[in-house]
Ligand binder design. Structure first.
Ligand code: NDP
Ligand code: ZN
Length: 374
């Protein structure tokens, strides 16, 4: 079978040949339909995040997948059922650990998990994959074409759950939200705030000139576009309003701290970005004081668990088609993977703590690779 693999830090991804995997007891064989590409894939390609499985020099990419059960192998799944695989698995040679047993693999510390397609385990960019049935989440047939968006949506389901939990000790009534970043994660999250979470006022911060498709999406959602070049994050509260929630999806490290200024009293900022090292000056005393005296919270969040995938499937069903069609700017077959990874062969280093890779033409928002048409 064909798969898409990469040698991290040594160039772009290639189509390789691999044997069709045999499902072990408890595992099903899944034929992959589509797999999404995101910023994390570029970090893996560049070699700044993740890594190959022990004993291998290449990693099969892909962690945002949807496929169809080819062989249930006695697991209780049904042949022909569409499924979305979750990403974390126990480390090699370990059947389970406390985090996986409790259903909280997303809370496992480093060393207590691998992530398929990211770190220590091959991913889903292959014609066939196997997985324990417990990590395969059924998705209705009509949502399968967009099923590769379930994983990124699940990232926000988790982050919002944790942000809310941090405010659960009092009668919190959030109305305003600021999303930092107009990449796929930022736009999907802005849509969740306006369409499914019911926030009254939503703002989305980017750094694009008008006219731009991402600004059109933000405005069609009824949200307000904020240009960070005119209004930096720490000036948003004064220029617009102090925010009940900030959701950081830029990976721009100063934003984590500037978010404290953007928050209203009692607000919470969820931090999602994964920047490289970057040293800069902040007035730590002032920010510390503000966090304390205004009851503010900062919550870091990574990955997601099966519950978040299930919630994400409901969210996906509620998001309008125009939005999904606008965010997914291209779906490509194996014969044109360079279009699915437009900047993978020419990563540009940055000095601002960002990953330096990402879609290189200005209109690509999110792409996917199609292994099998429906
Ligand atoms: P993208 O790279 O597609 O999006 C990042 C966006 O942030 C881009 O639109 C970029 O703008 C924008 N941006 C960066 N710096 C600034 C700035 N100073 N002002 C305004 N906008 C800025 O990534 P994704 O949407 O896929 O992911 C977002 C972040 O979340 C990444 O850091 C990623 O690593 C992280 N992530 C974290 C996960 C987790 O579990 N915690 C899971 C998935 C992703 P431009 O296009 O102009 O560069
Ligand atoms: Zn992803």
């Amino acid at each position: 079978m064909k798969a898409i693999a990469v040698q991290p830090g040594a160039g772009g991804p290639d189509v390789v040949s691999r044997p069709v995997p045999e499902p072990a007891p408890g595992e099903a064989l899944v034929r992959i339909h589509r797999v999404g590409v995101d910023g994390t894939d570029y970090e893996v390609i560049e070699g700044t995040h993740g890594g190959v499985p022990d004993g291998d020099d290449r990693l099969v990419l892909g962690h945002e997948a949807v496929g169809v059960v080819e062989d249930p192998n006695g697991t209780g799944l049904e042949a022909g059922q569409y499924v979305v695989p979750t990403v974390r698995r126990p480390p090699p040679g370990v059947e389970t650990n406390d985090y996986f047993e409790r259903g909280d693999p997303d809370m496992a510390p480093e060393g207590e998990y691998v992530e398929r397609g990211i770190v220590g385990a091959h991913g889903f960019m292959a014609e066939y994959v196997t997985s324990p049935a417990a990590y395969l989440v059924p998705i209705p047939d009509e949502l399968a074409p967009w099923g590769f968006l379930v994983e990124p949506i699940s990232i926000t389901e988790k982050a919002i759950e944790h942000a809310r939990a941090s405010r659960s000790a009092f009668d919190w009534r959030p109305e305003s939200a600021l999303v930092l970043g107009t990449g796929a994660l930022g736009l999907l999250t802005a849509a969740m705030f306006t369409e499914t979470l019911g926030y009254e006022r939503v703002y989305c911060l980017g750094r694009k000139d008008r006219p731009h498709p991402t600004i059109d999406i933000v405005e069609r959602l009824g949200a307000t576009y904020v240009d960070s070049r005119e209004t930096p994050v720490d000036e948003v509260a004064a220029a617009y309003e102090p925010m009940d929630v900030v959701y950081e999806a830029t990976g721009h490290a100063t934003h984590a701290f500037e978010s404290i200024d953007a928050l209203a009293p009692n607000g919470v900022a969820a931090l999602l970005g994964v920047p490289t090292d970057w040293t800069f000056e902040i007035d730590g005393g002032r920010l510390h004081r503000d966090l304390v005296l205004s009851n503010k919270a900062l919550v870091g969040s990574v990955n997601s668990n099966r519950r978040h995938f299930e919630a994400a499937i409901d969210t996906l069903a509620a998001l309008p088609d125009w939005l999904l069609e606008s965010i997914v700017t291209g779906i490509y077959g194996l014969d044109e993977i360079e279009r699915a990874f437009p900047s993978a062969t020419a990563p540009a280093a940055t000095t601002d703590g960002g990953s330096g890779v990402g879609p290189d033409d200005d209109t690509t928002i999110k792409t996917a690779v199609e292994f099998m048409p429906i």
